[in-house]
Write a protein that binds this ligand. Sequence first.
Ligand SMILES: NC(=O)c1ccc[n+]([C@@H]2O[C@H](COP(=O)([O-])OP(=O)(O)OC[C@H]3O[C@@H](n4cnc5c(N)ncnc54)[C@H](OP(=O)(O)O)[C@@H]3O)[C@@H](O)[C@H]2O)c1
Length: 157
Amino acid sequence: MIIGIVAIAKNFAIGKDGTLPWHYPADLKFFKNTTTGHAIVMGFNTWKSIGKPLPNRLNIVLSRSRQIEPQPNALLVRSTNEVTALSPFLNCDLFIIGGAQTYKNFADVTEKWIVTEVPLTVDDADTFMPRDFLSGFEVVETKELTKELVVKVFHRI
Ligand SMILES: NC(=O)c1ccc[n+]([C@@H]2O[C@H](COP(=O)([O-])OP(=O)(O)OC[C@H]3O[C@@H](n4cnc5c(N)ncnc54)[C@H](OP(=O)(O)O)[C@@H]3O)[C@@H](O)[C@H]2O)c1
């Protein structure tokens, strides 16, 4: 299944200066537990921001022209089509982990969204989700990670 996973502020902000505008260890732990053992797909900007392949996952990195150092669990691809072609042959879920350009690229094929609602408004953010990215989806599950952090799972209607 192709699943989008994102942490999003009240004003739909997701990034600032190439990184996350917050630090929530509980969300990072949730992200790790959710994606471990699966494939994760990220744009080159997010790859740069993470700085290394995340362990125990196949890290698929999208870039039209840049290179990454060869590493056993990192795969560089040049187009979204390469990822969707690969998907049926992977015996695991494919998590689209961002950033904004990458979520947009896979919006039509994303079957499920896992959204952490960050209780902040990040006024000086520079990367945002589209306001309507969950249109056509409905909430199927809500879980509290901490008192302030809620995760909602959405399926296509
Ligand atoms: N809050 C969250 O959950 C979350 C999650 C992830 C990231 N983020 C944040 O989001 C920001 C980064 O997002 P972003 O939108 O700037 O960048 P991004 O999606 O991470 O990466 C964009 C890059 O990916 C490559 N790319 C995009 N579409 C492609 C395509 N169709 N084919 C081939 N390559 C493609 C291009 O690289 P080339 O220029 O090399 O071709 C493009 O410059 C950061 O601030 C990050 O921290 C937030």
